[in-house]
Design a protein around this ligand. Sequence first.
Ligand code: NAI
Length: 408
Amino acid sequence: MTKIISIDKDAGLKVPDCVEIPFIEGDGIGADIWRAAQPVFDTAVEKAFNGKKRIEWLEILAGEKGFNKTGEWLSDASLKIIEDHRVAIKGPLATPVGRGMRSLNVRIRQELDLFACIRPIRYFSPVQSPVKAPEKVDITVFRENTEDLYAGIEWSSESEEVVKLTAFMKKELDTDLCSTNSIGIKPISPEKTRRLVRRAVAYAVEHGLKSVTLMHKGNIMKFTEGGFRKWGYQAALDYFGDVVVTEKDLWETHDGVLPEGKVLVRDRIADMVFAEVLLKPEEFDVIAAPNLNGDYISDALAAQVGGLGIAPGANIGDRCAVFEATHGTAPDLAGTDSANPCSIILSGAMMLDHMGWNKAADLVRQGVATALGSGKATIDLAPGMPGCQEVPCSAFGKIICETIRTAS
Ligand code: NAI
């Protein structure tokens, strides 16, 4: 019997009952949070399926651990293992500053074409938050992961390339840019917008959510961000025309009341989104955004519900998916067994959902909620939670396991 996930063209992922899942422990706090997280996944799967399903973990060496053991930070063979297994989970990987090394995280996303960065953001009581009603936030961000200003096409002020480019633009395009400018190129394409928005609307439909908001700055950048808006609407209507209602239709045809079972697709200017997620977060279910807007809004929303230590994330493409803690390696906490393991644990819940093991995923999420609700938390959250007992990373993982084991 194979232990490897396969993809069926019609039915989606085919996951064997005993499945092999690759993991990258990660640098810095990676070892601590992974040691806390893995038993949580095993406990949830055991409890959800009475031992009929299980995960066999396959370690992929990457980052500093990989370099120390194999001389490579991230080998092509490791990427191939992820691609072949379709699903993987990873802790944070450090990007050494000033050594000219490309971020390993960016390499994983680009080489595996993981085009959708998905960040579900919700509040866990009684975590301290800077806003009055953080429980109103239950928003999933779909951030395009492969283009926009992150495509890496830029040149520094007065470089040979900028001198050539500004001269060419003056001659051929009648622009008047000075070569003292640094220049970055912002590519946004219909193909990449369409596949991202298709995923975002599919997610809303599958989860019975009411709205998808296209977040853009098309009032200023008419062809790039404005293109995202235009192609986003087209994709929503082309792929989901029978369930999607645009804001125009909502008022012209439905008197402003969204019919049961339909998904409202609307767009908002990026700066307005930042205001509205603070003022009326309950009006947002899914936000689909180009790379830069998506980067900003996902961290802002994570802060709104109490911080990065608990926000999970996934990078998903057509070939495979990598689930990951959204924070970095927290070098200040490395090896101290004090980091918060919730981000990777909740990313694992997303992975279980992706595999169709939703019962186990729900147990993981309930386990985290119950553990935090019991007045115990790690060093990043405990000081802001009145009466809360600070516990180490490993102990917090054990508390979650225990709440899952005893869940009715
Ligand atoms: P960071 O997220 O590692 O740390 C920022 C602050 O948050 C620190 O004070 C840290 O102690 C705290 N923190 C982060 N995660 C925490 C957790 N789970 N529990 C408790 N406190 C936590 O960001 P920083 O310092 O900018 O980056 C450090 C390294 O991580 C860099 O090399 C960076 O490239 C890498 N990085 C990797 C990411 C990934 O693998 N996806 C994402 C972000 C950064």
